[in-house]
Design a protein around this ligand. Sequence first.
Ligand code: P6P
Length: 339
Amino acid sequence: MKPDLRGPVSLTQYLTEERRAGYGDTDLIQLLEIVARACKRIAVATGKGALGGVLGEAGTGNIQGEAQKKLDVISNEILLDANAWGGHLAACASEEMEHPQQIPDAYPRGGYLLLFDPLDGSSNIDVNISVGTIFSVLKRPGGHRGRVETSEFLQPGTNQVAAGYVVYGSCTLLVLTLGHGTHVFTLDREAGSFILTRRDVQIPEDTSEFAINMSNQRFWEAPMQRYIGDLLAGKEGPRGRDFNMRWVASMVADVHRIITRGGIFSYPLDSKIKAKGGKLRLMYEANPMSFIVEQAGGAAHTGRERILEVQPEGLHQRVPVILGSKNEVAQAVRYHTDA
Ligand code: P6P
């Protein structure tokens, strides 16, 4: 009887098997391995907390007009340095940088574009609430050589070839899709490798748990006011059942709860941020999270259109987000389309 050699499946083994099955090529596999390795270094940096002298403000601001945390800058640098030399990328784009970062001339350019929010939810770092890295991979449009133009990044989310997030919580988890299901890897800190711990996530199609920042309620558009009002009405209201609420204010943590047990997450338009188009960024927050959620049987919508079909107009464009359990997202969208 041959011994069962399967044992725990590492990220490397999973990616190798996916490539053999036709999902991804050698460059994409190398890119994802490098991003995962960089996130292990980010996990170490965030895990040091006050002992690492990495808490607090960096004393600088980013393109979003937000004060940068030291760990925002550190995480961004870790990802840029890790991806410079491999020859798989043409350029990187980041929430922390106004323009894309070209691959240095000393190294060969590859055919992929990497976008990331290096440390999402960083306002939570100093209070020790889970934060995370979100990333998205696109192919460089055909026929382009030399320096990468920003316009090459402006592709709809349906063009993503891979997307993932790493949540730095009680354990460090990588959630990844190559367009062939969504899978969860847990970091084995002793061995230093991500191990496949949940294959082919399926988000429950219905839920009784919603995630939204209620302090903005009076600023929401009418359809969202009505939708959330009906959830709050509970058993006595039109939904005929009670709902629970969670809000971590760290998208990676809120989305991971939905990946794990279902739910609906929304950062809708409100009158305070309407001029900006929303709170969350399309290219490196909404699109990767929507790809991951849809590959896990969920849905992701702006209230007006499927997020993955939004045609980007700017690298740091913002969109309203409603994502999670498929049937509940459909309910929320109906309040908008009926309006
Ligand atoms: P608020 C974090 O800054 C973030 O971009 C997302 O991770 C999170 O969902 C949202 O903003 C929280 O926003 O207004 O509740 O602080």
